[in-house]
Design a protein around this ligand. Structure first.
Ligand SMILES: *[C@@H]1O[C@H](CO)[C@@H](O)[C@H](O)[C@H]1NC(C)=O
Ligand SMILES: *[C@@H]1O[C@H](CO)[C@@H](O)[C@H](O)[C@H]1NC(C)=O
Ligand SMILES: *[C@@H]1O[C@H](CO)[C@@H](O)[C@H](O)[C@H]1NC(C)=O
Ligand SMILES: *[C@@H]1O[C@H](CO)[C@@H](O)[C@H](O)[C@H]1NC(C)=O
Length: 355
């Protein structure tokens, strides 16, 4: 009897244990499901294959968009399929600041006063992500960020989060390039006309030998909707950067020239630097010629030699440009990055690197 009673108690004990375990499990799933459905609403607009996070809410990393970059509002938690958003939740609600795993600050929106920065002290587990696509020449007060930011996100290839203006992707079957009909020679779109800048001085020289259609403020009009259509009629495009810095290669190359099917004539960092990102036979560098006159002669020669001109497109059988200028393209990279980022990384002097 004695022995039997003990065995019974033992069985009851196991039963209660299993029941508790089962109940805990069921609650966990109900909780998790409820949480998922809330997030699903957030994701509903999104690209079809975005994965909804699977983890309990207390493990979700909140990514706080501290300011809308240049005031440009973009959809949150809606990212291209190549971004893994699992375990992350983007918000622009500053009430969530103290629980945010990462705070992303866009330089131009926080650089005019320290009051624009998130408040201190900050949690030691929080990443401050510094985001900037402007060149160092147009990025004042970098010293505001000293010893505050943990990760950099910019066009610089050696950023913690490399976020370029564009890139090349391998062609898939059906990605055939057909050269747009070419009826004009050289185009240039310029909005900030600074007479002392390298690019304007170069233009003033080359225009003595070559006719260039200049678009932009104070020049020919270029309606936004006609942008690609008009530029694609030109054989060449002046992709002249506003300032010269390593890796500073902007939409002037990616969107205006390459995506429009024009041969880029670049003025920016060295040829070697460009060749890190695009094939060497896809563009002309102003420094390939010792004078503007020589470059002009080369352009006029190519205008008469269809076969030589076509050579600048041979890479298009393998690759095509991707130039996405949406803000979310950049912000969407933060989720993966903070999961892989080292802890205790602090950028001491930002200006010593961002030059
Ligand atoms: C929440 O966090 C705690 C502690 O980190 C963890 O033990 C637990 O599994 C997490 N999930 C839920 C649903 O509570
Ligand atoms: C921001 O978050 C707080 C705390 O969760 C919430 O009370 C508030 O309604 C949110 N504000 C907006 C605009 O969503
Ligand atoms: C596109 O390229 C494939 C091979 O890469 C070829 O079979 C097909 O005919 C091309 N289509 C057009 C419209 O040129
Ligand atoms: C970010 O940098 C601060 C110093 O400003 C540091 O206290 C904090 O631990 C760092 N965050 C992470 C997640 O490493």
């Amino acid at each position: 009897m004695e022995h039997h009673g003990k065995a019974q108690a033992y069985r009851n004990y196991i039963f209660v244990f299993i029941a508790q375990f089962g109940l805990a499990f069921a609650l966990f799933f109900v909780y998790n499901y409820a949480n998922r459905s809330v997030l699903n609403e957030e994701f509903s607009y999104s690209y079809s294959s975005v994965s909804v996070h699977q983890e309990p809410v207390n493990e979700t990393r909140i990514i706080l968009v501290w300011t809308w970059p240049f005031g440009g509002v973009f959809p949150l938690n809606k990212c291209p399929p190549y971004n893994d958003l699992s375990g992350c939740y983007y918000t622009a609600n500053r009430s969530l600041y103290s629980s945010a795993a990462a705070v992303v600050m866009h330089h131009r929106d926080v650089c005019y006063s320290k009051k624009q920065l998130p408040p201190l002290p900050k949690s030691p587990n929080q990443y401050w992500v510094w985001f900037n696509l402007e060149s160092p020449s147009h990025s004042p007060n970098l010293h505001f960020m000293d010893n505050l930011i943990n990760l950099t996100m910019s066009y610089r290839a050696d950023s913690d989060i490399f976020s370029p203006y564009g890139w090349l992707e391998p062609n898939q079957p059906g990605d055939n390039f057909t050269m747009p009909q070419k009826t004009k020679l050289v185009a240039w779109v310029v909005s900030n006309w600074n007479p002392s800048s390298k690019r304007v001085r170069y233009y003033e020289e080359i225009k003595k030998f070559l006719s260039v259609d200049v678009y932009g403020r104070q020049h020919l009009g270029l309606p936004r909707t006609e942008h690609a259509k008009i530029l694609s009629q030109y054989k060449f495009y002046f992709a002249f950067e506003n300032s010269i810095h390593e890796d500073y290669i902007t939409e002037k190359l990616w969107k205006n020239a390459l995506s429009s099917g024009c041969v880029p004539i670049v003025l920016g960092p060295s040829r070697q630097n460009y060749e890190r990102f695009i094939p060497k036979d896809s563009f002309i560098h102003v420094e390939d010629f010792s004078t503007a006159e020589q470059l002009a002669k080369h352009i006029l020669k190519l205008d008469k030699d269809e076969k030589a001109y076509q050579q600048y497109f041979s890479w298009r059988s393998r690759l095509h440009p991707f130039a996405d200028t949406n803000w979310q393209t950049h912000y969407c990279r933060v989720c993966k990055a903070i999961k892989e980022a080292p802890t205790n990384k602090v950028i001491g002097k930002l200006g010593a690197w961002y030059r």
